[in-house]
Design a protein around this ligand. Structure first.
Ligand code: SAM
Ligand code: SF4
Length: 439
């Protein structure tokens, strides 16, 4: 008989990390662990960490400090650190955090049951930071949502952007087998899922390191006919893997959402080169044109880093000018953060923190009216919305998303959850839209 135990998982970082948490819960479920919402009654506590920027990493250390008290009161509780900080720090974490029993990086999730068993049976502290290669495994996942699901299609990254820890923390690129992805999505749809978000560090280079000969465009073609599936999202796309063939595919399949997240990072070619991004601003803008020509209604979002080492005022102005010229629907802007084991760390002329703050605010201020204009253009238009569940701000209402990934709140009965509806946009608010079901 399996004795029920409780697992508490706390996650920082990106959607891939959030999905990793679902997979960790799925992996320990057969060992008798059920999720709990608090560390106080947990038998197993897993911190699923992020190290993309220093701030995220520091949050983990302050949590670990608090967990010492739990371990002191209940020595039997097992504490594990997973994810990118675990991968980066490895054994050093054991010294820094005496309460920790288990350290396994983002590359080693599939080993969780074996590592946990080792820690439980030997009483020893266990560390796993190997770098697997080959095919990414299919893992169980304990998902919280029914209508939407994350599906990891590839892991790791073959690039070497000079600011980024991901190649070090998530390892070499590994794709999953296409058949296993189709089967997972078909099973999800059979139990009510309507929308999948395909996840990967560079989702559009899917298949590059696999023997299968199935690229991202072909994968989309295989996913599209799956019964019950209404929408396909994917993130993140890398500009260098956005081929004309892929653009044609994105435009051809109606279930593929009209939203592309395509990180630009900087508008200055000098900075792009030192970031080792592998494209110029003009090449990036040609991709934007290619996407908009094929999909006039496509929403484009991007990531921008300000204050990269050596970024001059003129370089930064190039970024502002690029934002004005491209007119993204929205942007995610970050201050450059020094990361261990990255080439940019050794570069000269690090930009002072106060200047990074100023540039961040200036980039956000430049984008704000553009985002507002794009949203205002939706006023009174009818959009196709997938109903996800109760509205976050008012549980008596419903919320869903447009194909372009904008949140819409509207009135309607819970029986509409999971349906694709035509919704007329009645009001544009700062972070969402209000609408009315269009008969
Ligand atoms: N693979 C995607 C690409 O290359 O387009 C990006 C994935 S990365 C996990 C997400 C975003 O974090 C990046 O697009 C970048 O803007 C930001 N980022 C990565 N390293 C950073 C750093 N050292 N400082 C600030 N932002 C960073
Ligand atoms: Fe990081 Fe660059 Fe890889 Fe993206 S492509 S994950 S930014 S190294």
């Amino acid at each position: 008989m399996i004795v029920t135990k409780r697992v508490f998982i706390k996650t920082w970082g990106c959607q891939m990390n959030e999905h990793d948490a679902e997979r960790m819960a799925g992996l320990v479920a057969p060992m008798g662990y059920v999720p709990t919402a608090t560390p106080d009654d947990a038998d197993l506590i897993l911190l699923n960490t992020c190290s993309i920027r220093d701030k995220a990493e520091q949050k983990v250390y302050s949590d670990l400090g608090r967990l010492n008290a739990i371990k002191a009161a209940r020595p039997d509780v097992l504490i594990g650190v997973a994810g990118c900080v675990a991968q980066q720090e490895g054994r050093a974490l054991l010294q820094r955090a005496p309460a920790v029993d288990l350290v396994f990086g983002s590359k080693g999730i599939e080993r969780l049951p074996a590592l946990l068993t080792e820690a439980l049976t030997t009483g020893r502290r266990v560390v796993y930071t190997e770098d697997p290669i080959g095919i990414a495994p299919t893992l169980p996942a304990d998902r919280r949502e029914r209508v939407r699901a994350w599906v990891s299609i590839m892991e790791g990254c073959e690039n070497a952007c000079s600011f980024c820890v991901v190649p070090a923390t998530r390892g070499r690129e590994r794709s999953r087998l296409s058949r296993e992805i189709y089967d997972e999505i078909a099973a999800l749809c059979a139990s009510g899922c309507r929308e999948v978000t395909l996840l990967g560090q560079n989702v559009n280079s899917y298949g590059r390191t696999s023997f299968e000969g199935v690229d991202f465009a072909a994968l989309l073609g295989g996913i599209h006919p799956i019964e019950g599936l209404a929408r396909i999202r994917y993130t993140t796309s890398h500009p260098n893997a956005m081929t004309p063939r892929l653009m044609e595919t994105l435009a051809r399949w109606p279930k593929v959402c009209r939203h592309v997240h395509l990180p630009l990072q900087a508008g200055s070619d000098r900075t792009l080169e030192r970031m080792r991004r592998g494209y110029t601003l003009l090449e990036y803008m040609a991709l934007v044109d290619g996407l908009r020509q094929r999909m006039p209604d496509v929403a484009l979002t991007t990531d921008v880093i300000v204050g990269f080492p050596g970024e001059t005022e003129a370089d930064f102005r190039d970024t502002l000018a690029a934002l004005e010229a491209i007119e993204f629907d929205n942007i995610y802007a970050f201050k450059y953060s020094r990361r261990p084991n990255t080439a940019a760390l050794a570069m000269e002329d690090h930009v002072p923190e106060s200047e990074k703050d100023r540039r961040l605010q200036a980039a956000l201020a430049a984008q704000r009216p553009i985002t507002r204009r794009k949203n205002d253009a939706l006023q009174n238009r009818v959009e196709e919305v997938l109903v996800e569940g109760p509205s976050k701000t008012d549980r008596t209402r419903l919320m869903g998303r447009t194909s372009s990934n904008r949140v819409v709140n509207f009135d309607g009965p819970p029986t509409l959850i999971g349906r694709l509806l035509r919704v007329r946009i009645t009001q544009v608010k700062a972070n969402s839209l209000d609408g009315r079901v269009d008969e």
